[in-house]
Design a protein around this ligand. Structure first.
Ligand SMILES: [Zn+2]
Length: 146
């Protein structure tokens, strides 16, 4: 039922333009808090078999775990699976992000699984412009073509 409302993809990779799906949720919501409260109550009865004030500690721990889980899930979903482009890393450290994309593209080149796959729609740079960019020394080109 829920699958009907879930879009197949909600954005495109900024680098290779592959359609992808990013979790919009960065932090826990009401549902996660309710689930944590339920889990805490279950844990309470499992350990002490009765009401115990320590249930609050269990609740906070459950909240922390779900918050970490949601954040990690969001962080991982942001990275492109096709080319390895990581927009958040790119904002902080473009060089490191470029290095990561390079590693991923090299891996893709060697992996026979991708031999017949549709080639990535990487941004193309005209040879003249590539030369100009490199002579200016403003950065290295990750990949001309794949
Ligand atoms: Zn990509």
């Amino acid at each position: 039922m829920f699958a009907l409302f879930k879009p197949k993809h909600n954005c495109y990779c900024a680098f290779c333009k592959t359609p992808r799906n990013i979790y919009r949720k960065k932090n826990i919501g009401v549902m996660n808090i309710l689930a944590s409260a339920m889990a805490a109550v279950v844990i309470m009865f499992a350990i002490w078999q009765e009401y115990d004030p320590r249930v609050m500690i269990a609740f906070v721990v459950c909240l922390a775990i779900s918050e970490i889980f949601v954040q990690i899930r969001w962080r991982l979903s942001v990275v492109c699976r096709a080319c390895g482009f990581d927009p958040i890393m790119y904002v902080k450290d473009p060089q490191a992000a470029a290095e990561k994309v390079k590693v991923q593209l090299d891996r893709r080149k060697e992996d026979p699984k991708y031999l017949l796959a549709k080639p990535l729609n990487l941004p193309a740079i005209a040879p003249k412009k590539a030369e100009a960019l490199q002579t200016k020394g403003k950065g290295k080109l990750v990949s001309r073509s794949i």
